[in-house]
Design a protein around this ligand. Structure first.
Ligand SMILES: [Cu+2]
Length: 220
């Protein structure tokens, strides 16, 4: 079987596995360095000895941002399969584009981490780069949303419970995604950091996104 012919869910799980393989070791290294700082007088993060606590935040979020994609990518695969089968089609509309969008999100997931730490005193150029790179993620994400909608458009959809979860997912995940684009703007993020706006953003994309996809898949 050519990779292009692989269904979407295995694509999503393959990209998730790659994200795990490349991000977890960085977290392991970061907390190992932290343990040595705490227990054997190393100063990786201790500015007194020339270390830098912001280094820990960069290393943590280098893992932490791919982690949120690790949580949501399998759900993208599940949603693709539910809309396909509920629509009675062999493939969702533009399946290859969805596979490439999933790969694109996996790749971009590794170069946007500092949008979690805009408030630590990053210089303007760094903030401008991370703002731009983060907003670009809306492109592959939009590609998937429009292809799911196009797959289910114009078809009488059985009001099966799984399609209700799918509709809830598509609408509410999109709301959550839009708030992510707003938070990507570092000037806005500095004001919204540590507010319930961020809590609302990640609850829409994860609590509703990932969980609705799971519940839709269970019922499907
Ligand atoms: Cu992030």
């Amino acid at each position: 079987m050519l990779l292009d012919l692989m269904p979407i869910f295995p694509w999503a799980v393959l990209v998730t596995a790659i994200l795990l393989l490349l991000s977890l070791p960085v977290l392991a290294g970061a907390i190992t360095m932290l343990l040595t700082d705490r227990n054997i007088n190393r100063v990786f993060y201790d500015s007194i000895g020339g270390g830098d606590p912001i280094l820990y935040q960069h290393l943590f979020w280098f893992f932490g941002h791919p982690e949120v994609y690790i949580l949501i990518l399998p759900g993208f695969g599940l949603i693709s399969h539910i809309v396909r089968q509920e629509r009675g089609k062999k493939e969702p509309f533009g399946a290859l584009g969805i596979a490439y969008a999933i790969m694109g999100i996996g790749l971009l997931g590794f170069v946007v981490w500092a949008h979690h730490i805009f408030t630590v005193g990053l210089d303007t150029d760094t903030r401008a780069y991370f703002t731009t790179a983060t907003i670009i993620i809306a492109v592959p994400t939009g590609i998937k949303i429009f292809r799911w909608i196009r797959t289910i458009r114009g078809a009488w959809l059985s009001l099966s419970v799984s399609t209700l979860w799918v509709r809830g997912f598509i609408f509410l995940f999109t709301v959550g995604g839009v708030t992510g684009v707003i938070l990507a703007n570092s000037r806005l993020d500095v004001v919204l950091h540590d507010t319930y706006y961020v809590v609302g953003h990640f609850h829409y994309v994860l609590r509703i996104g990932a969980v609705f996809a799971l519940l839709g898949a269970f019922t499907h």
